[in-house]
Design a protein around this ligand. Structure first.
Ligand SMILES: N[C@@H](CCC(=O)N[C@@H](CS)C(=O)NCC(=O)O)C(=O)O
Length: 226
């Protein structure tokens, strides 16, 4: 049996990624939430992994940290499930944009931290953030134009690449980021996925407030409905 250790659903963008993959492909797992800013959560995370971070996947005695490594482990462990696109060129492309997400977009991640239940239109939009947004839009547009005939996801069918970009969709919603029609349509696809909706519903009822993840809590654009 697999166990996925995750952080708070409202804030933990990295946890959302493998969680969505597990849910989408109906892979049985149990989840354990280790609250991000509590002493117990910090101790539990350090016990699990020297990174001290979530997500971490447990498979019997094996512990796999790092969201993308977890997704790769799942893809190897369930070779009959199409976690990556089947066609080699599409698969290479999906891996490249997933790696780009995992290692990049620092400005966006810093200035627009995932905060599922907040609505902060206009907050965090700097020049560097706009550059990250532009690159993400061009990734989405290229994928959607190329694989549109196979379905509404980045590579037609849902894959790990979509899970890697799902927290970006949540950020774009929270911060009211303006997108071209093709981007808005892809956002709708992601936001209407039942597992994404379930995650957002659970985030909406969480009571934790993490100051460091809420840089705009006292600003005028805070239209949070909590
Ligand atoms: N590169 C890691 C990043 C994991 C990460 O930063 N997780 C955050 C939660 S979203 C965390 O555990 N933060 C706790 C801390 O830094 O103490 C991954 O892809 O899983």
């Amino acid at each position: 049996m697999l166990t996925l250790y995750i952080g708070n659903k409202n804030y933990s963008s990295w946890s959302l990624r493998p969680w969505l993959v597990l849910k989408h492909f109906n892979i049985p797992f149990t989840e354990e939430l280790l609250p991000l800013n509590t002493p117990e959560g910090i101790a539990a995370r350090l016990e699990l992994s020297p990174t001290g971070k979530v997500p971490v996947l447990r498979d019997e005695t094996l512990l796999v940290p790092e969201s993308l490594a977890i997704c790769e482990y799942l893809a190897e462990h369930f070779p009959d499930l199409p976690l990556w696109p089947d066609q080699p060129n599409a698969r290479a492309h999906a891996r490249a944009i997933s790696a780009e997400m995992h290692s990049g977009f620092a400005a966006l991640r810093t200035s627009m931290p995932m905060n599922v239940k907040a609505r902060l239109p206009g907050a965090g939009l700097t020049e560097d953030v706009q550059k990250d947004i532009n690159r993400i839009i061009s990734i989405w547009v290229e994928c959607r134009l190329k694989y549109n005939q196979d379905g509404p996801w980045l590579f037609g069918n849902f894959s790990i690449a979509d899970a890697m970009y799902a927290p970006v969709v949540s950020r774009f919603l929270t911060y009211g980021v303006e997108l071209p029609e093709i981007g808005r349509s892809y956002m709708k696809t992601v936001l209407s996925h039942p597992a994404m909706q379930a995650w957002m519903d659970m985030a909406a009822v969480e009571q934790w407030f993490i100051q460091s993840a809420e840089p705009y809590a006292n600003c005028s654009f805070n239209q949070d409905e909590r």
